[in-house]
Design a protein around this ligand. Structure first.
Ligand SMILES: Cc1ncc(COP(=O)(O)O)c(C=O)c1O
Ligand SMILES: [Zn+2]
Length: 374
């Protein structure tokens, strides 16, 4: 019998580890991977992300492009600007396809390969699509990627170069999701949605294992992330929780979520405000332009559980930090990634991050992927 199953994040219902099941059939909530055996054991002493529990039966059959183990660098000038000396960036844009998505994709596509999948459907603002196209190429799987027609052309180009079939959909980000759902249903294909798939989130938890390896006993006090669907946010939390359950860490860093004021469903939910998808406005932070994130409740619970905050930042603050990161630190990030620094500034000003504390920001995507001049 398999030691892997899927559990509903809301009602706890249990399902077999089957790639066709993306949501709970009782309450429609998303699912997480659950290990019958491994959760009762602690991870091995010599920790590395390569040794964390993963949702495969034959781990050697996985697909990898060398994702993860991204460097951590101190950002002294950002620190000076904010009056907080110990602000670090984890250079997620050095992953194989230029964004943090690759850890999640490696796991998702590895599981798809193990399940004998030959053709998949995905929708994305661009980065996850490019990542899935790359790993699918490596695995010999045909990938249909649905993306907004106004997604950055470099991301679309990247999807096509990897051999992915790019389906460009006019309208908001949600229109690409609807078109993908329609397409997989009509063609009887596997919908690999990285937003819903429990396997994608399961792969991103390696982030936490890396942070422990890089920081050791002095884990960051705060981790501040740009959040759309929350795949890195939730994955990091899951990884830290595993590490805590195994006795490897005492405390989990405080996890803060940053969104654009233009698209702020999680911030509004955190503040107890009503959010409607009709409120979505245009933002330069396309990666976090998600009007209706399926894992919203999960993200909000994690913020509360770690004592974090959810903050919304303006377009001008995002662009200011985009410029500062490049000109002051030599880090060319996507505007989406720069949003997190506007969030750090706001969290320091509000006193949620003390100036002598250690803050880590994953710099989630490479500037070369989104070169529009704003
Ligand atoms: C560069 C970048 N940063 C952050 C995010 C947000 O990731 P998530 O939607 O998993 O929260 C995305 C998502 O596309 C992204 O492309
Ligand atoms: Zn349920």
């Amino acid at each position: 019998m398999s030691h892997i199953s899927l559990h509903c994040v809301q009602c706890g219902a249990s399902f077999p580890a089957n790639m066709l099941i993306l949501q709970c059939d009782r309450c429609q909530s998303p699912l997480d991977v659950f290990y019958e055996v491994i959760t009762s054991q602690s991870p091995p002493r010599d920790l590395s992300a390569r040794q964390m529990p993963i949702p495969m039966h034959d781990e050697s059959a996985g697909v990898t492009l060398g994702e993860g183990d991204t460097p951590v660098v101190l950002l002294p000038k950002v620190g000076q600007l904010l009056g907080s000396e110990r602000i670090y960036g984890k250079l997620e844009f050095l992953n194989p396809t230029g964004s943090f998505k690759d850890r999640g994709t490696a796991t998702l596509i590895s599981v798809a390969l193990e399940h004998g999948v030959k053709e998949i459907v995905e929708d994305s603002s661009g980065n996850a699509g490019a990542s899935i196209a790359a790993y699918s190429a490596r695995a010999g799987i045909k990938a249909h990627i649905f993306a907004p027609a106004d997604a950055p052309s470099s991301k679309i180009r990247q999807i096509k170069v990897y051999g992915g079939e790019a389906h460009l959909i006019a309208g908001p980000r949600e229109a690409a999701t609807e078109a993908a759902v329609d397409f997989y249903q009509k063609n009887n294909l596997l919908y690999a949605s990285h937003n819903l798939s429990p396997y994608f989130v399961e792969g991103t938890k390696a982030f936490a294992y890396e942070v422990l390896k890089q920081f050791g006993d002095g884990l960051p006090d705060h981790i501040v992330m740009p959040v759309g669907n929350g795949s890195l946010f939730i994955g990091a939390w899951k990884g830290f929780q595993e590490l805590k359950a195994g006795g490897h860490i005492k405390d989990i860093p405080t996890l803060h979520c940053v969104q654009a004021q233009a698209v702020r469903p999680i911030v509004d939910a955190f503040e107890g405000l009503e959010w409607s998808i009709k409120n979505v406005q245009q933002t330069v932070a396309g990666g976090i332009s998600v009007g209706n994130p399926p894992r919203l409740q999960q993200v909000v619970s994690i913020i509360h559980a770690t004592g974090g905050q959810a903050v919304a930042v303006s377009e001008s603050e995002i662009l200011r930090w985009h410029g500062l990161l490049s000109a002051q630190e030599g880090i060319y990030a996507e505007p989406t990634s720069a949003a997190a620094f506007a969030g750090v500034e706001s969290l320091i000003k509000q006193g949620h991050i003390k100036r002598d504390e250690v803050t880590l920001v994953p710099i989630t995507g490479f500037g070369l992927k989104d070169t529009a001049e704003y």
